[in-house]
Design a protein around this ligand. Structure first.
Ligand code: ZN
Length: 255
């Protein structure tokens, strides 16, 4: 009986400590209960720190949905958006970049991420992540280079530096998990790393067409291994190291 009491007391203390940490430590876990940390819910899927800007936030979400729908077709992910218009809010929620997407569930935006390009980029991540599961968090079915390259492509990111050739970009295919990605990307080199990944996605389009890109996404969604599905594409994407990279607009003609 005494040992049961001790266990019960121990569990109670652990629960209290975990609860205190949840409230005391800033971080992305706070997205689970945004109202407790100063955000207001203005729509079922939108929390915001400045309600006077709700209309702008809703407009950005609608724009991002439109662009992603044009690419993916009907959208399946239903992420909850957290818009932080203040730096203090971004710090509270652990948003140290312009934006971040937690699986297909949450999109967190800092002040510098509240614009059409970043919201569209993060929305693309949410949609692609919805094709996997939480189990894939540490070993994603779509490698990070493809995830980031595709999001940069769909959002037409004009800030990036695309290398000249496949050979100069191919190293990013080693970046499979978010840990791999985080270990390489810095405040200085991100335009090159994201640019290389974007360049490789556009090489897939260049060699296999938009239909090849859709086929790759779909095959992996249906259970194929990404690298195997990439190898089996019509065309010969990422095969010739000296091939020039250039962003071709994909007209989103789904077939
Ligand atoms: Zn991204």
């Amino acid at each position: 009986m005494h040992s049961l009491n001790r266990i019960f007391r121990g569990l109670t203390l652990i629960s209290i400590a975990a609860g205190l940490m949840y409230f005391a430590l800033p971080g992305q876990h706070r997205a689970l209960t945004p109202q407790l940390f100063g955000l207001t819910q203005v729509q079922p899927n939108l929390f915001i720190d400045d309600v006077s800007r709700s209309a702008q936030a809703l407009d950005l979400i609608a724009q991002a949905d439109r662009t992603n729908r044009a690419f993916f077709g009907p959208l399946e992910a239903t992420p909850t958006f957290l818009f932080c218009y203040s730096v203090e809010c971004a710090d509270d929620f652990g948003i140290h970049t312009s934006g971040l997407t937690l699986r297909d569930r949450f999109i967190l935006l800092s002040p510098q991420g509240i614009n059409p390009m970043i919201v569209t980029h993060e929305r693309a991540h949410a949609e692609l992540h919805g094709f996997g599961s939480w189990v894939d968090y540490f070993d994603p079915i779509y490698p990070m280079w493809f995830d980031e390259g595709l999001a940069s492509f769909i959002s037409a990111d004009s800030r990036l530096m695309i290398p000249q050739t496949v050979g100069e970009a191919i190293w990013t295919t080693d970046l499979h998990t978010w840990r791999d990605w985080g270990a390489v990307v810095t405040r200085e080199n991100w335009p090159q790393v994201y640019g290389a990944s974007l360049g490789l996605v556009t090489d897939i389009i260049d060699q296999s067409g938009c239909s090849g890109l859709y086929k790759l996404i779909q095959d992996v969604r249906n259970g194929a291994d990404f690298d195997v599905a990439l190898d089996e594409l019509p065309g010969t994407a990422l095969d010739r190291m000296d091939r020039k990279l250039h962003v071709k607009p994909c007209l989103f003609t789904r077939s």
